[in-house]
Design a protein around this ligand. Structure first.
Ligand code: TPP
Length: 288
């Protein structure tokens, strides 16, 4: 399958020239088409932000909802139609700030989906305020004297809470990103991919140069994929920050949707069942 099948026409582009989002978008299209998935088999779910606009710029089923709410929606979509490939996409603000609570519970529930977080360490869409991953000292139009709160460590958080798959990549490291995003989609269970991404307009600290100088790619032997404690050590490492898959559960862990009674009892997935129109009408009548 050709990545161009995911292209959309006649959409206004809102990303700045040079934005790391472009690299992530084209990598994602390549991965999905490389997996032989057509846009009809993919659901892209996002909240609010520039990163959360990614589904505007490619084909696929799309739900763009409230700020920070991509993960519960994605969990529901996967439960209703487990045959679909489900991705929850957004920025560090959307997923770790406004959506931080949902992140914790998605990790616990372990739905089979890939969670791509474009981590530019700033609120890009609203023009450069600090996000949960902004470094201490970074000056912004709101944090005029510099950020003084410690940044969140999303990888350490995810590993400590039992996430099934945890990885980090960098938008400009396209070969590595391709490999990691593919592995996250194939992985059965909740897969977090934190993607370092320069915001060329509003983050003048964490630039392309900064990311290159402050990251290194994990080599074979540096990772023990199924060892959560070792993964935690890697997640706490940096700068320079390791890029790669830090942790992955062994195959066989049960997912959220597999535990639902309907599936345990081998009933049809929700999307195949007829809606109980009579019951719904009676319910609405009862409200009148
Ligand atoms: C409930 C709510 N709070 C705040 C906002 C304003 N807002 C829109 S996008 C955004 C931050 C987006 O940052 P991030 O998720 O990091 O994405 P980026 O734009 O950097 O890609 C904020 C605070 C909003 N739309 N809704």
């Amino acid at each position: 399958m050709n990545p161009r099948e995911y292209d959309v026409e006649n959409v206004d582009m809102s990303w700045c020239p040079g934005c790391g989002n472009f690299q992530i978008l084209s990598t994602l299209k390549e991965v999905l088409s490389g997996l032989g998935l057509s846009p009809q088999e993919v659901v892209l779910i996002s909240g609010i932000g520039q990163a959360a606009k990614t589904p505007h710029f490619m084909k696929g089923h799309i739900i763009q909802g409230l700020h920070g709410r991509a993960l519960p929606v994605a969990t529901g979509v996967k439960a209703a139609n487990p045959g679909m490939t489900v991705l929850a996409i957004g920025g560090d603000g959307d997923m770790y700030g406004e959506g931080g609570n949902h992140l914790l519970h998605a990790i616990r529930r372990n739905p089979d989906l890939a969670n791509l977080v474009h981590n530019n360490m700033v609120y890009g869409l609203t023009k450069g305020q600090a996000s949960p991953t902004s470094p201490v000292g970074m000056k912004t139009p709101v944090q005029v004297e510099g950020v003084f709160s410690e940044p969140l460590n999303p990888l350490a958080l995810a590993i400590s809470q039992g996430a099934s798959f945890v990885a980090r990549t960098f938008s400009a490291a396209t070969d590595l990103s391709r490999e990691i995003i593919k592995a996250a989609i194939i992985h059965k269970g909740y897969a977090l991919v934190d993607i370092f991404q320069p915001c060329v307009s509003f983050n003048k600290v964490n630039t392309y140069k900064w990311f290159k100088e402050n990251t290194f790619v994990l080599q074979d032997g540096q990772v023990d994929l199924h060892d959560r404690r070792k993964a935690m050590e890697l997640a706490m490492t940096g700068p320079p920050y390791p890029l790669g898959i830090l942790y992955q559960d062994r195959p066989g862990r049960v997912t959220f949707e597999e535990q639902l009674p309907a599936y345990r009892e081998k009933k049809d997935p929700l999307w195949k069942r007829k809606p109980p129109v009579g019951l719904i009408s009676a319910f609405i009548e009862g409200l009148r």
